[in-house]
Design a protein. Sequence first.
Length: 150
Amino acid sequence: MELKDRIRQLRTDVGLSTTQLASVFEKSEAAVRAWEGGRTKPDAEGLIELSKYFGCSVDYLLGLSEYKTVSERERFLKSLTDEDSQVIIASPDFASCLNGLVTRLRKLPENERNGVLEFINYYTSHDYKNNHRDVVFAMLKGATMLSQNR
C-alpha cells in the first residue's frame, strides 16, 4: 500500500473528513487531497506528525512495513523461532526471492543500491543478534524497499 492510500485509510478509520484532517495539521483541504491523490507528499516533519497523530510508524505510512507499529513488527519477529527462519531460508521460494532481490539490486542506481545494502547491513550487524530470524527480516525488508523503487 502506498503513502496516499495509508493516509486515506488512517483518516477514514478515525472518521475524519479531508477538511477535518487539514484543520488538525493546519493545512489546506487541497493539500490533504493532493496527499491522498498521490500528487504531493508530506515533508519529513509532516510524516512524523502524521505518524504521531495516527499512532503508527513512519515506515507504515510510507508502505515500507505492513506492521502499523514497531511493537507489531517486534511481536511478529519474536513469534518466529530460529528454526522457522532456517526453514524459510532453506525453502526454494526464499532462494528464488533472494535471487530476485539480487537481480533487482544490480539494476538499481548505485546510490539506491548502496542505501538498501546499508539497511540490510545495519539490521544484520548492529540492531539485532545476527540470528536467522534477523537475516530473514532484513532480506524481506530489503525486498520491500526494492519493490517501492520499481
